[in-house]
Design a protein around this ligand. Structure first.
Ligand code: BDP
Length: 701
């Protein structure tokens, strides 16, 4: 098993009693397929039932009581006097055991074809996870409108921050060759409700908008459409100059406006259901409206006007920073965007990273969430593990997503969680969205690490319904991907749930952040102090010296905390209430500062680094016991990956402890294993051809 099938393995149901029950109830099927989406849904159902139950339900027109499943939209269901409630909306579905006349049957219903597809995938999940289908009554619908994967894929097939091979988009062979991978990619997305895909890097190449490439994009869109997925493109703000030969890309210039409007018309000619644009502007060297003395609102609204006639949207990123904020990069996005609250067109959504710096192992939630009540804010999570050990470390990210989503912004009183802001609970007029920076590449198993697939899966599930539990999602994923054997699911789920905290511990405990290797972001680099700009240096963030460590963002420091609601600020500013997890994000403390545990800050830091690395060892021991419970290929691959992870975790631990010790000058407890090498060894380590940094237009940090 090479892992290619993801969570759509459709393994045989080994519990014979359960299997017999499923077979009995699914003997017959009423599933008319008037559209491609319905055809694809039926094909999926048949493949899955064949795989799991060696069953091919017979098509019937009449209901055989207790043995029939009826699937469809109102069009199909009206013949049976079944009505579909409006409340499930255009993407929701209902799965119900019900009496139709005198006869009992299972009905999977939705208002639209794509709703039917989601219903079918969720019905299959019940069987994949060995649940009873005797008395079904499930109603579900997405809480978020735009559930989008962002691919940071370059046109030369390198993937910025990609650790799973090359880009799956074979631009050279498109549009002629439509790879089966595109179809399987779309199936996997649809199975978790992802309904959008931005296929190219935010550091965009203007060429993507050329007619030659639009034809290639069209071929992908044609595949995606069948699975309810819209295609989006990242666009370079200076495209009118680079591609159109104009003198300027000033968003207020009439010729520029016309160029974009014409370009939008052209795109919709190729792709009538095109989703819209994603824009990284005035960030890390990318051009943007500010290059012409204009604002983010000017830039975003101009593009929004071009797309509006076709119902497209603009996802405008808030990941902006440069050297304009001398004291703290943390504050820049808020400073630049907050003043424009309510000033964006209705079809603009501001895409905000989960935290204020950059996808660190742990960040506090971004202060913009809740701070722009009249502007749609789209969550941006990173599935590719740029700062989480690439694709050799097992890090299940759902707890990271949940931690951010369940944070209380207090902007509309207690209980104003980030999830509620993102769902638009406080302003029903706004469009809503969640994006995940994809971790997908040409590796046989798609994501590099068999467990990295879980992050793609979990993202889809949380984008559909942001309040779901990480544990439930992990359990479903394990059962669908590996086995229903409880002796596997239970121990593995428990280390998955712990895995992100492990990585925080061996990389950036107690609120440390941005201390990785410069540019490559591979391995530890707390000593980095000579990057091109101060805010690219690790020393800028940890500020360690003989007096202490940490970034003072309280009123006496950069006062970044003032960007949060007063309750949040008060909580994090006060050392009595600030959780240890965020301590050094907000406070600068002496090495001897007494922690809640009774340990000194120094001892606590060392403790976390050691338990972090040790937890990887423990995970490996648990995994060893899983031998024989799953296929040998994936067992061995994960075992090897865990050995690599343990080595790298140990390197992180030893390098960081030795480095910080040069300031604390305090001892490391004798019980802890000694580092294998002196600090200098770690500082001099060189890594060549680190994945994820080749070929993109711009790469500094
Ligand atoms: C950083 C990455 C960089 C991306 C940038 C972004 O290091 O490669 O281009 O984010 O999100 O995390 O635009």
């Amino acid at each position: 098993n090479d892992g290619y099938k993801l969570w759509l393995e459709y393994n045989k149901v080994t519990n014979t009693q359960l299997a017999a029950g499923y077979r009995q109830q699914l003997k017959y099927m009423i599933f008319p397929t008037a559209s491609d989406q319905l055809k694809a849904s039926k094909a999926e159902l048949l493949t899955a039932l064949d795989g799991m139950l060696t069953l091919k339900p017979a098509d019937t027109k009449n209901i055989m009581s207790g043995q029939t499943v009826i699937i469809g939209t109102p069009q199909t269901l009206k013949a049976f006097s079944i009505s579909v409630p409006d409340s499930i909306g255009t993407e929701g579905y209902l799965i119900k055991t019900t009496l139709i006349g005198q006869k009992k049957g299972i009905v999977i219903m939705a208002n639209t074809d794509v709703g039917v597809m989601y219903g079918v995938f969720n019905f299959l999940k019940l069987i994949q996870t060995n649940q009873s289908i005797n008395k079904l009554n499930i109603s579900d619908h997405p809480r978020i409108m735009y559930r989008v994967l962002d691919h940071w894929d370059n046109l030369n097939r390198t993937v910025e921050r990609g650790y799973a091979g090359s880009s799956i988009w074979n631009w050279h062979k498109l549009p002629g060759i439509v790879d089966q991978r595109y179809i399987d990619y779309a199936r996997a997305n649809a199975s978790v409700g992802i309904n959008g895909s931005v296929v190219n890097n935010v550091n965009a190449d203007a060429l993507i908008l050329s007619p030659q490439y639009l034809l290639k994009v069209q071929a992908l869109a044609n595949v995606f459409r069948t699975y309810g997925i819209r295609i989006y493109l990242s666009v370079k703000f200076s495209s009118p100059v680079e591609l159109g030969g104009l003198k300027t890309a000033d968003p207020l210039d009439p010729a520029v406006k016309k160029w974009w409007a014409d370009k939008a018309d052209e795109i919709y000619h190729y792709i009538p259901d095109f989703g819209g644009f994603l824009v990284k502007a005035n960030s890390e060297g990318q051009p943007g409206p500010q290059s012409y003395g204009r604002t983010h609102a000017d830039g975003a609204n101009m593009l929004a006007d071009a797309l509006a006639p076709h119902h497209g949207i603009v996802m405008w990123r808030a990941f902006v920073y440069d050297n304009k904020v001398p004291d703290d990069r943390f504050k820049q996005a808020y400073n630049e965007f907050k003043p424009f609250d309510g000033k964006f067109k209705d079809n603009v959504i501001i895409q905000v990273k989960n935290g204020p710096i950059d996808f660190q192992p742990r960040e506090p939630f971004h202060p913009l969430f809740g701070a722009m009540p009249n502007t749609p804010l789209m969550m941006e999570f990173q599935l590719t593990q740029e700062y989480l050990g690439f694709s050799t470390h097992l890090v299940y990210e759902a707890p990271l997503f949940a931690e951010c989503l369940q944070s209380d912004t207090y902007t509309h009183g207690r209980g104003s969680t980030v999830a509620r802001v993102v769902k638009g609970d406080f302003n029903r007029k706004l469009i809503t969205g969640m994006a995940g920076v994809a971790n997908i590449g040409t590796d046989l198993n798609w994501c590099g690490h068999p467990f990295a697939q879980a992050n793609w899966y979990a993202f889809g599930r949380m984008a559909w319904s942001p309040d779901q539990s990480s544990a439930v999602i992990a359990g479903d994923w394990l059962r669908m991907t590996f086995t229903n054997d409880e002796n596997f699911v239970s121990p593995v789920k428990s280390f998955m749930l712990q895995s992100r905290e492990n990585t925080v511990n061996y990389m950036t405990p107690l609120g440390l952040h941005h201390i990785m290797g410069v540019s490559t972001h591979y391995g530890p680099g707390p000593w980095v102090d000579n990057a091109g700009r101060p805010d690219w240096n690790a020393t800028y963030y940890h500020r360690a010296d003989s007096a202490g460590i940490g970034f003072d963002r309280t009123t006496s420091g950069s006062n970044a905390l003032s960007q949060y609601a007063p309750e949040v600020k008060a909580n994090w500013e006060n050392l009595q209430t600030c959780p240890d997890e965020y301590l050094l994000w907000f406070h600068r403390l002496s090495w001897t500062y007494k922690m809640r545990s009774g340990r000194s800050l120094w001892d606590e830091l060392v403790h976390h680094y050691y338990i972090g690395a040790d937890s990887v060892k423990q995970m490996g021991l648990t995994w060893d016991k899983m031998q024989g419970k799953i296929d040998a290929e994936r067992f061995t691959e994960v075992k090897q990956l865990m050995e690599v992870q343990l080595n790298e975790a140990t390197t992180w631990r030893d390098a960081c402890v030795l480095y910080f010790q040069t300031f604390s000058k305090m001892p490391v407890g004798a019980a802890y294993p000694k580092p294998e090498h002196p600090l200098d060894y770690y500082k001099k380590l060189k890594f060549y051809y680190v994945p994820g940094i080749g070929g993109n237009n711009y790469m500094t940090n």
